[in-house]
Design a protein around this ligand. Structure first.
Ligand SMILES: [Zn+2]
Length: 158
């Protein structure tokens, strides 16, 4: 059981909307980021910032399948592989540029803002909501993917 305002969608969510509980997020997180992550989540709770933790630790197989997304010629086969691996169904676009993601070591976390029960995956139009989360995460020592040359707005790492 977790406390606070992390909103998860275990029943109606599918794929990346499934998310992880705060408890699971902290248990998956590398010891290096566990303390700062716990502090940041607590601060967001105190400030009333609604958020959804999409992913923390990512198996290498998952990272490989993400890397194939948008690059694999036969969509049906990639869909089959993702389903077999129990990860979210692939879209059409490229979603990652690396096989060395900090998610592999549990040193990254994807956090998405929430409004009225809806996950705000688009940064455009939701800059303030992303900014509220980013401000807290940066304060606790995380680097924000939104500051990257190729931005990854829900992504934070240490
Ligand atoms: Zn990420």
């Amino acid at each position: 059981m977790y406390a606070g305002r992390n909103e998860i969608y275990p029943r109606r969510g599918r794929g990346k909307e499934r998310g992880v509980t705060r408890e699971k997020a902290l248990s998956e997180a590398d010891v290096l980021i566990r303390g700062p992550l716990a502090d940041a989540l607590a601060e967001m709770d105190e400030c009333g910032v609604p958020y959804h933790i999409a992913e923390v630790r990512r198996p290498l197989l998952t990272q490989c399948l993400y890397a194939l997304q948008g690059r694999f010629r036969v969509q049906e086969e990639l869909e089959w592989a993702c389903k077999a691996a129990g990860i979210r169904p692939p879209g059409k676009g490229v979603v990652t540029w690396t096989l060395k993601s900090k998610h592999l070591a549990g040193r990254a976390v994807d956090i998405v803002p929430v409004r009225d029960g809806t996950l705000l995956w688009d940064y455009t139009g939701n800059r303030a909501a992303y900014g509220a989360i980013a401000a807290v995460m940066i304060k606790h020592g995380f680097a924000w993917g939104g500051d990257w040359e190729t931005p990854d707005y829900p992504h934070y790492e240490m």
